[in-house]
Design a protein around this ligand. Structure first.
Ligand SMILES: [Ca+2]
Ligand SMILES: [Ca+2]
Ligand SMILES: [Ca+2]
Length: 109
């Protein structure tokens, strides 16, 4: 279940950055996972990355993501994207949020 959730989250995050060229995206994704920069991704590196992401969502740190914790996370994303706070995300707001997310992650490189 945990792995499934991590995978789903990873896929969501990957699809959110679809404006980047596919190869460029794959390269960045690889670089981010390859924490010791030896050009290979070990299972430990993969798991470390997943654990980090998991820990960010697991607000009370009990090692499980409850539906509430997951929806808190989703709600935070929604609130951030909904610039005018009217409870709806327009296409413009969505595109702007995606762009913002992409820039944030590029800076984090
Ligand atoms: Ca490595
Ligand atoms: Ca929890
Ligand atoms: Ca709005």
């Amino acid at each position: 279940m945990k792995r499934c959730l991590i995978l789903t989250t990873a896929l969501l995050l990957m699809s959110a950055s679809s404006t980047l060229a596919r190869e460029d995206k794959a390269e960045r994704w690889f670089d981010r996972l390859d924490t010791n920069k030896d050009a290979v991704i070990t299972q430990a590196e993969m798991e470390a990355r997943g654990a980090e992401r998991f820990a960010r969502i697991d607000a009370n740190g009990d090692g499980m993501i409850s539906p509430q914790e997951f929806s808190v996370r989703a709600k935070a994303h929604f609130t951030r994207a909904d610039k005018d706070g009217n409870g709806e995300i327009t296409k413009q707001e969505f595109i702007a949020a995606k762009e913002q997310w992409r820039k944030k992650h590029e800076q984090a490189q």
